[in-house]
Design a protein around this ligand. Sequence first.
Ligand SMILES: [Zn+2]
Length: 158
Amino acid sequence: MNYNRHYSACRPLAYQAHIAVRRAVLAGDIPAPSTISCVDCGKDAQVYDHRDYTQPLAVDAVCRSCNRLRGPGHPYIDKPLEPDRRVKFRDMLKKHPRGTMAKVAAACGVSWAAVWQWGTVPAEKALAVERVTGIPRHVSRPDLFPIAREALATTEAA
Ligand SMILES: [Zn+2]
């Protein structure tokens, strides 16, 4: 399952901008972020940050912690992602091994049937779900953990 698909659908400009940066790095038009310093703190940079996703190649090389502090760029500033309510949690588990739902139920202290009925993962269960299933908290509850851009940028930059 592509955990970035939901993010891409919600923030198409950000997705396109990340793709543009990845292409530019691969083409050698801009250096890999790992080869330069974070413009905010001077440590080794790890990712490129956009302040404005309508300017795909106007990026700053930053480390991950500075990237997190910066938050999303225009036009997504102050617009946390909504959980995709069309996707039930049990559907996210389709490609997981049998028994995963039971493990989630045990980790969360609820019944298997309760997990089966979840639409959106309850806020207080998002970390347990991540631990058991590997489904990142920013995927199960993007409204609470809006760090998908960092995860995306990390995969893009790698
Ligand atoms: Zn930094």
